[in-house]
Write a protein that binds this ligand. Structure first.
Ligand code: PMP
Ligand code: GLU
Length: 400
């Protein structure tokens, strides 16, 4: 007799959420923890979006919503995709779910058969590998590092594709590295993908608006050669500071959108009616709030890159998007603490920083990249200055 299924027994817990939970527990004990673990904007949801939700309550949007979402929201998303990304999706190809995480898991569940290979460039966001495993697919990891700015090359992609490849998950701007593929770099990958018409492209574009390249965000779905087999994953969590509202979507080929709707109809039904009305206001209202938050994140990016470069043994790239810094920290592995504990790996280092510096970070191993740590800089400038000072002092106290 077993209590828990093999499927869930073999699933790893989300390390981003686990570290955040740990830091909340320490805070509840009165310890002044600075939480750089979970990635979510520290801003409140903009006023006009909150007002739309309040109106939705007053107007009795309190009944089950259609499984793929209200048509008015799906139209607003289709308009957004056309206006901002230059891609054409019919509202019928858009399925709204409980966050981009849910939308992505739906797509994987709806398209991956046991044994299918899914290419995941690493470092990669914590949930990709686990979602593929849930679908009994085989994650095929393609490692990158600091030297290549954490981006895969066309040759690496070509080498990873086999007869069993079902899909590739591409995240740009990337969580956890902040790397962004340029139009030319995407074109190189598209050339390879064009030669493999059976491969589905799943583009996680949740950080598209948190961009510091000075240019436009380029969606891989805008390349004609692969547009018909590209799925976009996106949502309101990051661009509009709406992580708790839980609205995301997939924009997909019609057959996939229908399959996702069928799955969602049995599993979760339509997403929250009130949150959908708020998301509609986000997409149709003024976009000034998005730019204001982006500017704050860019200022903090500059700050944390400077502070990180002042820490001996930290090596960083200059992230071009998202709100994460991913320093290489393995020069500290093998060090010992004042009380004689060994720092063998990133997990030890993250726990040491939490215990001693009271700063919560996430071990790079959670992103399939041991040797690194992830720090979210979606917090105030004061918190960042204080957190980096504490990290620097705690690291200086280690015996190498
Ligand atoms: N993709 C990436 C890369 C993310 O960082 C996140 C944030 N957790 C998500 C998807 C999911 O976002 P949400 O479910 O809040 O829309
Ligand atoms: N995207 C955030 C992060 O990576 C939220 C936590 C999660 O959903 O994993 O920290």
């Amino acid at each position: 007799m077993h209590i828990i299924s093999n499927r869930v027994e073999s699933l790893a817990s989300s390390q981003t959420l686990a570290m955040s939970q740990k830091s909340a527990e320490l805070k509840a004990q009165g310890i002044d923890v600075i939480n750089l673990s979970v990635g979510e904007p520290d801003f409140p949801t903009p006023r006009h979006i909150k007002d739309a939700a309040i109106r939705a309550i007053e107007d009795n949007f309190s009944f089950y919503s259609p499984v793929p979402g209200y048509m008015s929201l799906r139209k607003a998303i289709a308009d957004k995709l056309s206006r901002e990304n230059g891609v054409t999706f019919d509202p019928a190809q858009i399925v709204v779910g409980n966050g981009a995480k849910h939308a992505l898991c739906n797509v994987i569940m709806a398209t991956v058969n046991p044994g299918d290979e899914v290419i995941i460039p690493t470092p990669a966001w914590v949930s990709y590998v686990e979602m593929v495993k849930l679908a009994e697919g085989t994650p095929v990891l393609v490692p990158t590092g600091l030297v290549d700015d954490f981006k895969i090359t066309p040759a690496q992609l070509e080498a990873a594709i086999t007869a069993n490849t079902r899909a590739i998950i591409l995240c740009s701007p990337s969580n956890p590295t902040g790397s962004v593929y340029s139009r030319d770099e995407l074109a190189g990958l598209v050339d390879v993908l064009a030669r493999h018409p059976e491969v589905l492209i799943i583009a996680d574009e949740i950080y598209e608006h948190i961009l510091y390249t000075g240019g436009e965000f380029v969606s891989i779905a805008s390349f004609e050669a692969i547009a018909a087999r590209t799925v976009i994953i996106n949502g309101v969590s990051k661009a509009y500071a709406m992580t708790g509202w839980r609205i995301g979507y997939c924009a997909a080929p019609t057959a996939i959108a229908k399959a996702v709707t069928k799955l969602q109809g049995q599993y979760t039904s339509g997403a929250s009616s009130i949150a959908q009305k708020a998301a509609e206001a986000a997409y149709t209202g003024s976009q000034d709030c998005v730019e204001e938050m982006r500017q704050a994140f860019e200022r903090r990016r500059d700050l944390v890159v400077r502070l990180a470069r002042e820490i001996p043994g930290f090596e960083v790239n200059e992230p071009q998007g998202a709100f994460y810094l991913f320093p290489k920290v393995d020069s500290y592995f093998g060090a010992t603490t004042d009380d004689g504990r060994a720092i063998a790996d990133g997990n030890d280092l993250a726990l040491y920083l939490l215990d001693v510096a009271h700063v919560a970070t996430v071990d790079g191993a959670a992103f399939c990249a041991p040797g690194y740590l992830r720090l979210s800089y979606a917090t105030s400038d004061e918190n960042l200055v204080e957190a980096f000072a504490r990290i620097k002092a705690a690291l200086a106290a280690l015996h190498k």
